[in-house]
Design a protein around this ligand. Structure first.
Ligand code: FAD
Length: 427
């Protein structure tokens, strides 16, 4: 779990925003009486919803349209607990009523086309929504070409559970129906990917479930990386809590998955084949497809931005936040997306006012839970440096040798973090 904060939009900046934005109303599609600027936000997840809400709160006269196909958002943070049977999926779900009651116009459709020149977003039913500035926060999509054999159909047999909802429940059901003594494999891609520590948290919590319900079973982690975030903390927790139940094959030991065969549930690595009873295959990722349609992605599949304003380096008047952007040292997390959403809203208000946006400083804490009442964390601060966010001084990690009381306290803090960020975004 990762908690991030950013400097709030000040009253002064909001007031200045209204004044200067009124002077920029050159576009005929905007009614002066109706709005001081029209901002479309694509994607109602942690980044997009936080941004839409912050824009409206900063400057009530802005016309803010949130475009999101789902009427209910299902959160990935804490979805590993759902997979391990520690939590119901309903605890992960949030609607958009509160945002709508604050004046955000919620359009429950997917954006299908973006024309950066004419500044129009087309949605599922063909309606075109014009904008002055567009914010993209579409999260991730899967880079199926990078993992031969894996596609949407394969994910029904070998679930990724890397977008929360039906996939989360499918993986949980597969664990529940697996016999004691079974093998669960988790295939982990290289970075950049969504929430780098989350696969290891998942391995931990699946081991917790197996230890209680199917103690002869094993978890095999097939990893395209040699080193990972908070590795010493995870490895200590695994040894302490689960003995030899979790085995990890790192990149240099041949752990990178090169292809899969869903017909036999086989995972192929550089050094061998595995046919586990449950195969959780997390494929390589890239920015949500609509970012590519908008012309905002580069050859990496992600979106290069100016980290002060979040403006795309490739598409004019488009800002990209959250997992989809190339953030550098800042992890792809809900906390980062939320903090970026707020900082981006402040930057847009400044830009509309003709003022230079302030340089954001994002502060975050990443929590992980290895078992109930066993949590640890990594705190970091990030600031723009060149084209990316770089970590700056002031970060800290939980001590590796800490008493259980501290682990229990951090697990409770993680739960509080979830309540706070979801209330802040949707509540
Ligand atoms: P999302 O929150 O995924 O939102 C994207 C939204 O865009 C979606 O609602 C989608 O429907 C919408 N969308 C996509 N395409 C379109 C379109 N064409 N038109 C309209 N809407 C569209 N982060 C933490 O900080 N702490 C954690 O503990 C944590 N745990 C995690 C555990 C797991 C198992 C996983 C997989 C992730 C975890 N994360 C965690 C990461 C976190 O979920 C993401 O980093 C975060 O959701 C990114 O926010 P976002 O706004 O970029 O994307």
């Amino acid at each position: 779990m990762i908690l991030m904060t950013t400097r709030p939009v000040t009253r002064r900046s909001a007031v200045l925003g209204i004044t200067a934005a009124a002077a920029t109303l050159a576009r005929p599609s905007i009614s002066r009486a109706q709005s001081a600027g029209r901002i479309n936000v694509v994607g109602g997840g942690f980044g997009g919803a936080a941004c839409a809400r912050a824009l409206k709160r900063a400057q009530a006269s802005l016309q803010v349209v949130l475009i999101e196909p789902n009427t209910v958002f299902t959160s990935c943070p804490f979805s590993n607990e759902v997979i391990a049977g520690l939590r119901d999926i309903e605890a992960q779900q949030f609607g958009y009523d509160k945002l709508a009651s604050e004046g955000v116009t919620v359009v429950n459709q997917a954006a299908t086309k973006i024309d950066a020149q004419t500044r129009n977003v087309t949605v599922d039913d063909g309606t075109t929504l014009g904008y002055d500035r567009l914010v993209l926060s579409p999260g991730i999509d899967f880079h199926f070409e990078a993992l031969p054999g894996y596609d949407e159909a394969a994910s029904e047999k070998m679930p990724h559970a890397w977008k929360a909802g039906a996939q989360t429940m499918l993986l949980r059901r597969q664990l529940e129906t697996m016999a004691d003594g079974g093998l669960v494999a988790i295939a982990i891609p290289a970075n950049p990917s969504r929430c780098p520590p989350a696969p290891y948290e998942r391995a931990s919590l699946i081991a917790h479930y197996l230890k209680a319900k199917k103690p002869r079973s094993k978890v095999l982690v097939l990893d395209a990386k040699d080193n990972f975030s908070q590795q010493r903390l995870f490895e200590k927790a695994w040894k302490e809590l689960y003995g030899d139940m979790i085995e990890r094959v790192a990149l240099s030991q041949g752990g990178r998955v090169t292809s899969v065969d869903p017909s036999t549930r086989t995972i192929i690595t550089e050094f061998g084949n595995y046919t586990p009873d449950v195969a959780n295959v997390i494929p390589p990722q890239r920015a949500g497809r609509i970012a590519e349609i908008a012309g905002a992605t580069d050859a990496t599949g992600w979106c290069p931005i100016n980290p002060v304003t979040f403006e795309s380096k490739l598409a004019p008047n488009i800002h990209v936040i959250g997992d989809a952007c190339l953030g550098g040292g800042i992890p792809k997390s809900a906390s980062a997306a939320s903090a970026q959403g707020k900082a981006c809203a402040a930057a847009i208000v400044s830009l509309l006012a003709g003022r230079a946006p302030e340089t954001p400083r994002l502060t975050g804490v990443c929590y992980n839970t290895a078992a109930p009442a066993y949590g640890f964390s990594l705190a970091g601060n990030y600031q723009p440096k060149g084209d990316i966010f770089a970590e700056v001084e002031g970060g800290a990690t939980s001590p590796v040798d800490a008493p259980r009381e501290l682990r229990a306290r951090e697990a409770a803090e993680a739960e509080r973090w979830f309540q706070t960020i979801t209330a802040d975004t949707f509540g």
